[in-house]
Design a protein around this ligand. Structure first.
Ligand SMILES: Cc1cc2nc3c(=O)[nH]c(=O)nc-3n(C[C@H](O)[C@H](O)[C@H](O)COP(=O)(O)OP(=O)(O)OC[C@H]3O[C@@H](n4cnc5c(N)ncnc54)[C@H](O)[C@@H]3O)c2cc1C
Ligand SMILES: NC(=O)c1ccc[n+]([C@@H]2O[C@H](COP(=O)([O-])OP(=O)(O)OC[C@H]3O[C@@H](n4cnc5c(N)ncnc54)[C@H](O)[C@@H]3O)[C@@H](O)[C@H]2O)c1
Length: 481
């Protein structure tokens, strides 16, 4: 017999977004049912942010050993035990896992059902085993995204890696080829190279093409110097089976410069060429919920075409980050519990690419600012002019701040050491709509990298000492002694 559950909120998908909605709603006493078909914690914990940042941290350690010689300390080429790197990655996941576990959520009062959910009609969700039917006042779809499948001939016949399998490798790849030079491809390529893997990235257009080219140039230069082969404008003709000795091998046949075929042999092929929303099997049509290949259609209130149903995080196809899924969760909670009209403001959402150097951004970039404002100012300051960066030998990078003509800060981009930490202050500045004047009014401890941002902001007033009016005012005050 089918169990019938009546809930206030039914959440489908226990990743970054779904868990945040469930925890907050349960804390306010709502009856919450949470459906998860695979691992609690979703992509971020199991196949995304956490394992990738743990792998990057391992690569960073290896690079620190190589770079030590610049500081008068020599340690030679690091020895990498790949099985131990794998174990490190999985122990980091294990350390964080309890926060997202079924036990913890049941302890918070959430009813967790470890089943896939699908819509039966506009007001009902059923579990895949057909044993449970849930009716709820509101549904929240937070089913995330998966690696997009590419229409490349022969690709489906090889056992290529994606973000869901690459962190399970226990042996170091000999020759790793990554299709896609976005954040996933580039973070992983550099971490693998620093751990000693031979890596080639095949990018159809430009590497890190969604970011400001002035900043990406700094990252690309470092990644090339690390020894990653980057092929931009790559045209893959087809993929064939590779060396049988390796589970994930492939031959990639590319269009060569002279029109000839160019064959690249990979012991490991990985695809990281964008994301597809996880909508299959949800039977969205039965609930009148509209979607396309980018994701579920939502208004800025995150409501779908069914007014009872919200969609949040990656499945909506907007900015795909863990903190965005969390931000969406907060908006939905305000909307459902407090009946407030909470709207997404994409302008305040920061993002960071965790390459070395890191690249971070918030607000408008130069192009967007030019489209919205007639007169803008670009304020820059290079890492090379910062004493801490010199001491740490991390002088590659810059901050770029965009303001309107009155000094109102419209956006900030940073490339360089610790850019991901430094962007926090600028996220606050953008969300609070601050002016450069506010930056001149606080004291930054010396020597810190954050002084770079302050120096850039102060450069807004660079012409001030030369202004005739200012000179006349100073002369006037001299009359008084
Ligand atoms: C390699 C990689 C690195 C990344 N690094 C970062 C980073 O450093 N910083 C950052 O901010 N973001 C990063 N991201 C992006 C981040 O992981 C996602 O934006 C985030 O996980 C989205 O959260 P979500 O809740 O929308 O989806 P997810 O976390 O993917 O959760 C969706 C959940 O829904 C479940 N599900 C799907 N369908 C159903 C169904 N029908 N019924 C029940 N359950 C279902 C899935 O099993 C999954 O557990 C990275 C992504 C990848 C792939
Ligand atoms: N640090 C972070 O916060 C972080 C890290 C990783 C991923 N993410 C999130 O995950 C999302 C997805 O990352 P991604 O790197 O998969 O996607 P992406 O869309 O950002 O980049 C994919 C790249 O693959 C290229 N590509 C597509 N088809 C190709 C083909 N046939 N041959 C060669 N290249 C091809 C595209 O031109 C593009 O540059 C990101 O946009 C981001 O939101 C975030």
């Amino acid at each position: 017999m089918t169990e019938q559950i009546k809930a206030d909120i039914c959440v489908i998908g226990a990743g970054s977004g779904g868990l945040s909605v469930a925890a907050a709603a349960a804390a306010f006493g709502e009856k919450v049912v949470l459906l998860e078909k695979a691992k609690m914690g979703g992509d971020c914990l199991n196949y995304g942010c956490v394992p990738s940042k743990a792998m990057i941290a391992a690569g960073k350690q290896a690079q620190t050993i190589r770079d030590a010689v610049k500081f008068g300390v020599s340690a030679g080429e690091p020895e990498v035990n790949y099985q131990a790197v794998h174990d490190h990655i999985h122990s980091v996941i294990a350390a964080i896992e309890p926060n997202d576990s079924v036990e913890r959520f049941e302890g918070l009062g959430v009813q967790v059902i470890q089943q896939a959910g699908k819509f039966k009609d506009a007001k009902t969700v059923v579990t895949a085993d057909g044993k449970t039917e849930i009716t709820a006042r509101h549904f929240v779809i937070s089913t995330g995204s998966s690696a997009a499948k590419l229409p490349i001939e022969g690709l489906d016949d090889v056992n290529y890696l994606t973000n869901e399998t690459v962190f399970d490798l226990t042996e170091q790849p000999k020759k790793l080829v990554i299709i896609g030079g976005g954040p996933i491809g580039m973070e992983l390529a550099q971490a693998q190279r620093r751990l000693g893997t031979d890596v080639t990235v095949l990018e159809a257009f430009n590497v890190l093409g969604k970011d400001d080219p002035e900043l990406t140039a700094v990252v690309i230069d470092q990644i090339r110097r690390d020894g990653v082969e980057l092929r931009e404008g790559a045209k893959i003709l087809r993929v064939e089976k590779g060396d049988e000795a390796f589970d994930h091998s492939a031959k990639i046949i590319l269009e060569g410069e002279d029109g000839e075929e160019d064959v690249l042999e990979a012991t490991h092929l990985m695809v990281a060429a964008g994301r597809a929303p996880n909508v299959n099997g949800l039977d969205l049509e039965k609930a009148n919920i509209t979607y396309d290949k980018r994701g579920i259609k939502v208004k800025d209130t995150l409501k779908t075409t069914n007014r009872r149903v919200f969609a949040i995080g990656d499945v909506t196809g907007g900015l795909q980050f863990t903190h965005v899924a969390g931000y969406h969760a907060g908006l939905v909670i305000r909307s459902i519990l407090f009946r407030m009209t909470a709207r997404e403001n994409r302008n305040i959402i920061p993002w960071v690419t965790y390459t070395a150097p890191e690249m971070a951004h918030v607000g408008m970039n130069e192009e967007q600012a030019k489209q919205k404002h007639r007169d803008i100012r670009i304020l820059r300051w290079p890492y090379g002019e910062n004493d801490r960066a010199q001491a740490e030998r991390k002088t590659a990078g810059l901050i770029k701040i965009v303001t309107d003509k009155r000094g109102n800060i419209l956006g900030a981009s940073i490339v360089g050491e610790n850019a991901g930490e430094m962007i926090n202050m600028w996220s606050l500045i953008i969300s609070q709509k601050m002016n450069v004047k506010a930056i001149t009014g606080y004291i930054s401890p010396y020597p810190t990298l954050s002084e770079i941002g302050r120096r850039a902001a102060i450069s807004y007033y660079g012409d001030l000492p030369k202004k005739p009016m200012i000179r006349r005012t100073i002369s006037f005050f001299k009359f008084f002694g």
